[in-house]
Design a binder for this molecule. Structure first.
Ligand code: FAD
Ligand code: MLT
Ligand code: ZN
Length: 452
């Protein structure tokens, strides 16, 4: 064992330094199985002091690190490119008591979203962000990626929940800002700088979040519509009429077919339709009537099925939420996560399949996403050796429409090469200057977000 490994073992204890390839294995490949690399070793510190000591040891040895939370990220940012020390935050699972007066909570970076939901709900509070990877995605990872999910339309992304954090800088310095003040104009906002920084500026060790009211009364509608334009008409009606609107999601026939066969789900309607919208309303009192009234009056509705009980709601959500698993079961996808102004969404949807077909003949394009934000998940199965051409062709279509090449998953390694489609040279220069100011030796997540 080398000097660095000996030092890391002394910091975290022998059980938490993994050098054996069999033990490292689960950490080295991402959720989609597309991104994989060999780590020098995996190190699992228990708390902020151990994270700082690990970072100091690696920085002094000039050895790069890759940071990992729940490893549910979809852009290859949490797995090694080759030879890094992989720092896993999975043991930072402290849950401080819910602060009911502030409506906030402070938790360790390795706490999963599901654990935090269970912690907050008995106090009548909830986490503003929710996503299907809730059982494994960590709060630290969600801040680092500025995760979005299914409730952005109501509560915003992860950065909107963030009131403070603690983090270890690439030289081992610890910065702590956890008072959660509602007003604080004392200079540059370091907390917000780290939201969406994808582990390139610091390792987040503790997070303070504002919580939202737990809304017990919910109603979900799965609505058949005539296409993307009709879906947007429905969205406008829902936004205008439903004070309780909590989610607006979209999927298409190819995805519907895949999730139905994956989950053995019955056809939701007697006929097939060009697009499906899932709406959720949530409040302190039952929003079902409000939802039914809107659906009854919106001309874009071709058919609809509504559920207010928990089992019925979960049954309808399964048509949308199991897309990711169903696609991953069918093959290793090329996943793109893009966002365009809503007026551009129909035009983009109309050209995507042919755009993919032109560079990867025979590949399958499956679209779904968060309608409220014009956020489309473009998943391509069977792209094979054409994955890079698919990425390039699709992202150029998005850029032409003034969109973003990463709406919520981040840039990671997967899209670093295409960053200039969404950020100007001047902006990229500023990003690089911020990176060099905090990480002059480039030891933290090299190759992630900013291309090498
Ligand atoms: P990881 O995958 O471990 O890491 C992600 C990035 O953050 C990496 O760059 C890593 O280096 C960095 N990082 C992790 N922890 C830290 C830390 N403590 N400090 C600094 N950097 C860190 N994403 C959405 O936005 N919306 C969705 O709706 C959504 N749904 C999903 C559904 C499924 C089924 C799956 C598998 C994924 C989904 N994702 C979604 C993607 C993923 O869950 C999110 O990106 C999540 O935020 C990643 O959290 P993680 O703990 O798994 O992070
Ligand atoms: C989702 O919205 O389900 C996620 O972002 C996951 C994905 O894109 O596959
Ligand atoms: Zn998503």
């Amino acid at each position: 064992m080398s000097d660095l490994e000996e030092e890391l073992r002394a910091i975290v204890g022998p059980a938490h330094l993994l050098v054996d390839p069999d033990l490292r294995d689960a950490y080295e490949t991402d959720w989609t199985r597309r991104f994989t690399g060999t780590a020098r070793c995996v190190v699992r510190p228990a708390d902020t002091a151990e994270v700082a000591a690990v970072v100091r040891a690696c920085a002094t040895a000039g050895v790069p690190m890759v940071v990992q939370g729940g490893n549910t990220g979809l852009v290859g940012g949490a797995v090694p490119a080759g030879g890094e020390v992989l720092v896993s935050l999975s043991r930072l699972t402290a849950l401080e008591p819910v602060d009911e007066i502030e409506g906030q909570v402070t938790v360790g970076a390795g706490v999963t979203l599901e654990k935090l939901q269970s912690h907050a709900r008995p106090a009548g509070l909830d986490v503003g962000v929710d996503l299907a990877a809730r059982s494994s995605a960590t709060i630290g990872g969600m801040v680092a990626t500025n995760a979005g999910g299914i409730r952005v339309l109501r509560y915003g992304s992860m950065r909107d929940q963030l009131t403070g954090l603690e983090a270890v800088l690439p030289d081992g310095t610890v910065i702590t800002r956890l008072a959660g003040l509602a007003k604080d104009n004392t200079g540059y906002d370091l907390t917000q700088l780290l939201a969406g920084s994808e582990g390139t500026l610091a390792i987040i060790t503790r997070v303070r979040l504002r919580l939202v009211p737990l809304l017990p009364a919910r109603a979900v509608a799965l609505v058949a519509v005539d296409g993307t334009d009709a879906a947007l008409t429905l969205l406008a009606a829902a936004r205008g009429r439903l004070s309780t609107l909590a989610a607006a999601e979209i999927c298409y026939p190819e995805g519907m077919e895949l999730v139905r066969s994956y989950g053995r789900l019955p056809a939701p309607f007697d006929a097939d339709y060009p697009a499906y919208v899932l709406l959720e309303c949530a409040g302190h009192t039952d929003p079902t009537d409000e939802l039914l009234d809107m659906l009854g009056e919106c001309a874009a509705v071709e058919d609809a099925t509504v559920a207010s009980d928990a089992a019925g709601r979960a049954r309808l959500w399964a048509y949308r939420e199991t897309h990711t698993e169903a696609i991953n079961t069918a093959g290793v996808p090329t996943k793109l996560d893009v966002c365009v102004p809503l007026r551009e969404l129909s035009g983009l949807v109309a050209v995507l399949s042919e755009t993919v077909e032109a560079v990867a003949p025979g590949a399958r394009t499956i679209l779904f996403g968060h309608l409220g934000e014009g956020n489309l998940h473009v998943n391509v199965l069977g792209a094979g050796e054409h994955a890079e051409q698919v990425t390039d062709a699709v992202l150029r279509q998005v850029a032409q429409r003034h969109g973003s090449i990463s709406s919520e998953h981040g840039v990671g390694r997967a899209k670093a090469e295409w960053l200039s489609l969404s950020r100007s040279p001047e902006e990229i220069d500023v990003l690089r200057r911020i990176k060099s100011a905090l990480d002059p030796s480039g030891v933290l997540n090299p190759g992630v977000l900013l291309p090498n």
